[in-house]
Design a protein around this ligand. Structure first.
Ligand code: PGA
Length: 251
């Protein structure tokens, strides 16, 4: 049986003092929870803080992006090996905000995915359609194209050491969650598509839902057969909300 996973995506929020209370609250709040995995993806400058406050507990940490290059003259970029220096477990790859605001193409996303894996990090590959794409009926085609960029480049076996997050762009930060049935339909599509390549990889793939997951809707989303947890933005910044979502993932 697949284990559930809940990952907080802090985005560009946080300050040292505030993070301290948040990290401590989350770490203590989920300490007794069993049967699921938990992580927070923090801004780069706070990785050392996350490491020192979370090590030894049951919350892992990671980054929200990385460079596709190993090192070099890339001003302002952060390499996968640097994330490893801070004992990161995860890196979010291809979040829709990176695709839309920083021009990350499917090709760049695939390169970043590979860079994360080569460094031993678990990539959390984000896919999802915009509202216009959903309304014009191309949700599945968009998600398939985003996944294929990775499968064609590195084979379906690469997905065996990865997490995929389905995040409909229209549901991110809008308070407009996909209904459990809407999310389940796309998750089932992703798993079936993987199964055409490799049934085992498909069966074991951890598939998160992201987009306005809150304490009040997490349990019904996580109850769907192909939803293996969540990628949580806004609600990951509030201790009680994030802990409640983690609790909903317990099996
Ligand atoms: P949200 O963000 O939970 O605030 O909608 C999710 C995400 O962007 O990963």
């Amino acid at each position: 049986m697949r284990r559930k996973l809940v990952v907080g995506n802090w985005k560009m929020f946080g300050r040292l003092m505030k993070n301290q209370a948040l990290l401590q609250g989350v770490s203590e709040g989920v300490r007794q929870l069993k049967g699921a995995d938990f992580a927070v993806c923090v801004p780069y400058p706070y990785l050392a803080q996350a490491q020192s406050m979370l090590q030894g507990g049951n919350v892992s940490w990671g980054a929200q992006n990385l460079s596709q290059f190993e090192e070099g003259a890339y001003t302002g970029e952060v390499a996968s090996g640097m994330l490893v220096d801070f004992a990161c477990s995860y890196a979010i790859i291809g979040h829709s905000e990176r695709r839309a605001l920083y021009g990350e193409s499917d090709e760049i996303v695939a390169q970043k995915f590979a860079a994360a894996q080569q460094a031993g990090l678990t990539p959390i590959l984000c896919v999802g359609e915009t509202l216009a794409e959903r309304e014009s009926g191309v949700t599945e085609a968009v998600v398939a194209r985003q996944l294929d960029a990775v499968i064609e480049g590195f084979g379906v076996a690469a997905l065996a050491r990865a997490v995929v997050a389905y995040e409909p762009v229209w549901a991110i930060g809008t308070g407009k969650t996909a209904s459990p049935e809407q999310a389940q339909a796309v998750h089932a599509f992703i798993r079936q598509r993987m199964a055409k390549h490799d049934a085992r990889v498909a069966e074991n793939l951890c598939l998160l839902y992201g987009g306005s997951v809150k304490a009040g809707n997490a349990a019904e989303l996580f109850a769907m057969p192909d939803i293996d947890g969540g990628l949580i933005g806004g609600a990951s910044l509030v201790v009680d909300d994030f802990v409640a979502i983690c609790r909903a993932a317990q099996q």
